[in-house]
Design a protein around this ligand. Structure first.
Ligand SMILES: Nc1ncnc2c1ncn2[C@@H]1O[C@H](COP(=O)(O)OP(=O)(O)O)[C@@H](O)[C@H]1O
Ligand SMILES: [Mg+2]
Length: 291
């Protein structure tokens, strides 16, 4: 690709034009996120012993484009099953799963998955890991490079492009996973307890980064977590699931906390409604666990 073409594709690479205003920067990274739908979904696993495990029950759910949906519920209630259905790793035993009205029939680059344990290729560099999706799709090398530069910068790993996963901290590995998903043009990001194994400071920092990315990209995020605080802090909507078979027993839209990063942390920490929402949702989960 020539320099001229590259500039035409690269909103940040424009030369000789007026500087971007912050609003322009938001526009330039915004993706065209789809609507996700689950209708009448039940899922049963067949175990090796030949028994059925009813993991999800009667899930009807619409996730609007650009929303950040946090899912909480007791261990084993079917959260990962819900995510795997949306990712296309599983087909529901009953009901339908669709993206913009099209039935999901397998995984696709539009829906990226971030796992709790980073699944990076250990023998590849950070950059090679981030370029995995574009390389698979046979994107030319120069364009891949531009994309990986862009997202490595976005997640703060530009200086570690040539490092290998064993040289990274846990938080950096998660950043690398996130960059890999974004580099694959995913407009839906499905995250399964992605910060669960991190220390609290790293976790806090990545939460802020994730919100900032979401704010810039306006992508659709499904975020599974054990932590009610994390769900209420990150989500603009929180779903609570019952013990297995998992049903959605509570679905709440949260007030928009203004700002991202430090500013938002300040607003949330000083907002008594935040603490009250955490308390209330925790009570709902505890009530469900007691049956
Ligand atoms: N491949 C599988 N085969 C059989 N049972 C499974 C399988 N995967 C998950 N399960 C069972 O389904 C239920 C829901 O699992 P999961 O979705 O992983 O829950 P969560 O993520 O909320 O902890 C659990 O009881 C689990 O043991
Ligand atoms: Mg799980």
């Amino acid at each position: 690709m020539s320099g001229e073409q590259r500039r035409a594709h690269d909103p940040d690479g424009a030369v000789g034009t007026a500087r971007h205003s912050p609003a322009d920067e938001v526009d330039s990274d915004a993706v065209n996120a789809p609507t996700l739908d689950l209708h009448g979904v039940n899922h049963r696993y067949l175990t090796d012993a030949g028994a059925f495990v009813h993991a999800l029950a009667d899930v009807d759910l619409t996730i609007e484009p650009g929303s950040f949906v946090a899912v909480v519920g007791p261990s084993g209630c079917g959260k990962t099953t819900l995510l795997r259905l949306l990712a296309g790793f599983l087909t529901p035993s009953e009901g339908s799963v669709s993206v913009d009205g099209e039935a999901v029939d397998g995984p696709g680059p539009d829906r990226g998955v971030v796992f709790q344990q980073p699944n990076l290729f250990p023998w590849w560099t950070v950059r090679q890991n981030v370029e995995a999706g574009p390389r698979y799709r046979k994107v030319p090398a120069a364009e891949r490079r531009r994309v990986s530069d862009h997202y490595l910068e976005m997640v703060g790993l530009a200086d570690f492009a040539d490092a290998r996963p064993y040289e990274l901290s846990g938080g950096m590995k998660q950043r690398c996973q996130i960059a890999r998903v974004l580099a694959n043009d995913s407009c839906v990001v499905l995250m399964d307890e992605p910060f669960g194994a991190l220390d609290s400071l790293t976790r806090r920092r990545l939460q802020g980064d994730l919100l900032e990315l979401h704010h810039r990209r306006q992508d659709t995020v499904l975020f599974i977590t054990h932590s009610v605080e994390e769900a209420v802090y990150l989500g603009d909507r929180v779903l609570v699931m019952s013990p297995r078979p998992g049903r959605i027993v509570h679905d709440e839209r949260l007030p928009e906390y203004s700002g991202v990063g430090e500013e938002r942390i300040h607003v949330v920490r000083t907002d008594h409604e935040f603490a009250e929402t955490v308390r209330r949702i925790t009570e709902i989960i505890e009530g469900e666990e007691l049956g």
